[in-house]
Write a protein that binds this ligand. Structure first.
Ligand SMILES: [Zn+2]
Length: 484
């Protein structure tokens, strides 16, 4: 019977919210033979998102502790990654599974009150994130017979937890599982049958326990169902089809509703949200799937009117292109809806990439990934970019990652501005602009002035995503949250 110590780390006011409900959170796992014990963890003075390298340092520190003491961490902060407020929680280290985070500043907790008045929601998100530590993934919630704990929070809106429990109890009886006992009071959702089986497996040791390198979200088994009512295209001139082996892939997607009625699609689109599956088909017929380094829980939706398009720019780095041979390959992109039965494919597109073998660039890509994963410090910027042709997207990506980590504001601003040149892939330009915006806001500059200047550099409708995200950054509720 595994006993997993859970260290509660974070801002004091958030720790104070979760501490009293911890027995309820632990109670969700108890029927499967898993005992969660609360351990008093580090109290943070400030949000890691607000300090340069804050998250990197925190994750490194907590992982050390996990490795030494076999303790998992539930991190409770306000700010979501990159202050994208649609993200409620996250498995911070899919490569080890010891750190789960819940973001109290997320839209979810503020839509109707605040985290203190939405205690049940806080309980549910904590249970969901701890579920990821036990190797449970969002796909485990399908087929969608009822709203379960591993379904993303906003997707459970339309079903009361009591209704979901009665459905789960009936299902468990049908499966001849041990009877489920409905919690009293019912403040959270049940685990679905796949989750229950997986959690029970955790009692026999096995890959289900935390502290292991086998997080399951490979994204390689998308069902080929769905009626593809969305037209997905890689936008012209925004595809960087020449790639180097082991390098990054950059592209902009245009997503259009081809129906005659309005439709709802995921708002957060990318492999890390489970809404996009990307693979490269090799010339010998084999495939490599993109495996995101992050696992974010969002579930936010957007409405597309008939004929309306939305754009998303992506920079995919990872071992996606590692096993390629030089030459032409096909990159397959599928937009999936995690809310639909079996992850229905909403639309798909393919584009060709031409891979070249460049040993020195492959090494540079490795260095960049090390930097992004926080495994390297950024002391050697000039060494890192040495030998990368200026027009190569990798040079700009390096500049951005270094800029984020720089202490000197002036130097950082120059680099961020460099990353917004039109030649740079749109995803990198957008990230750089957002960082510039945040930086200048922090310096107390006038908001309208900053926006006017950024707008002068981003005039395409493909850039609407950038301004939508910027608009989400500042909300009165967050500011109130911060002052508390
Ligand atoms: Zn999740």
């Amino acid at each position: 019977m595994p006993n997993i110590p859970v260290s509660i780390v974070g801002l004091k006011k958030n720790i104070d919210i979760v501490t009293p409900i911890f027995p309820v959170i632990a109670g969700a796992f108890a029927p499967f033979g898993i005992t969660l014990t609360r351990v008093i963890g580090e109290e943070l003075d400030s949000d890691p998102e607000t300090t340069t390298g804050g998250w990197r340092d925190l994750i490194a520190r907590l992982q050390e502790k996990s490795k030494a003491q076999s303790v998992v961490h539930l991190v409770l902060t306000d700010d979501c990654p990159d202050r994208i407020w649609t993200i409620n929680g996250q498995l911070r280290d899919p490569d080890f599974r010891s750190i789960a985070a819940v973001y109290f500043g997320a839209d979810l907790f503020w839509k109707d009150g605040d985290p203190l008045t939405n205690i049940n929601l806080v309980t549910q998100v904590c249970i969901h994130e701890i579920g990821h530590l036990f190797n449970l993934i969002h796909d485990d919630a399908t087929p969608l017979k009822y709203s379960s704990a591993m379904l993303q929070a906003t997707h459970r809106n339309d079903e009361a937890s009591t209704v979901a429990w009665h459905a789960a109890i009936a299902e468990a009886a049908d499966n001849h599982e041990a009877p489920l006992i409905i919690p009293d009071p019912v403040t959270y959702y049940p685990f679905s049958s796949i989750c229950r089986a997986n959690l029970r497996s955790a009692t026999t040791g096995s890959p289900w326990l935390p502290f292991q390198k086998n997080f399951r979200d490979m994204g390689d088994d998308t069902d080929e169902i769905g009626d593809e009512y969305v037209k997905v295209d890689v936008a012209r001139r925004d595809r960087h089809s020449r790639i180097h082996i082991g390098g990054e892939i950059y592209f902009t997607l245009s997503i259009t509703n081809r129906r005659e009625t309005a439709i709802e699609i995921p708002y957060d689109i990318g492999p890390q949200y489970g809404s996009l599956r990307v693979c490269v088909k090799h010339s010998d017929g084999s495939q490599t799937y993109h495996r995101p380094a992050d696992y974010c829980c969002s579930g936010a939706r957007q409405i597309l009117k008939p004929g309306e398009s939305t754009f998303r720019s992506l920079a995919l780095s990872g071992p996606l292109t590692g096993g390629l041979s030089p030459g032409s390959h096909t990159c397959v992109i599928k937009l999936v809806d995690p809310r639909a039965q079996g992850n229905a494919v909403l639309g798909r597109t393919v584009f060709n990439v031409i891979a070249t073998a460049d040993v020195s660039l492959a090494k540079k890509s490795d260095a960049l990934r090390g930097l992004m994963a926080g495994k390297r410090k950024s002391a050697s910027y000039s060494k890192d970019i040495r030998g990368i042709p200026k027009e190569c997207p990798l040079a700009a990506h390096f500049a951005l990652e270094h800029a984020i980590r720089l202490k000197s504001n002036r130097r950082r601003r120059t680099l961020l501005r460099d990353c917004q040149r039109p030649i740079v892939p749109r995803a990198i330009r957008h990230m750089a602009a957002r960082h510039e915006y945040n930086l200048r806001m922090r310096d107390g500059e006038n908001r309208e002035e900053i926006l006017r200047e950024i707008r002068s550099r981003f005039r395409s409708k493909r850039d609407l995503e950038l301004f939508d995200l910027i608009q989400r950054i500042d909300r009165p509720a967050r500011e109130k949250n911060r002052e508390q």
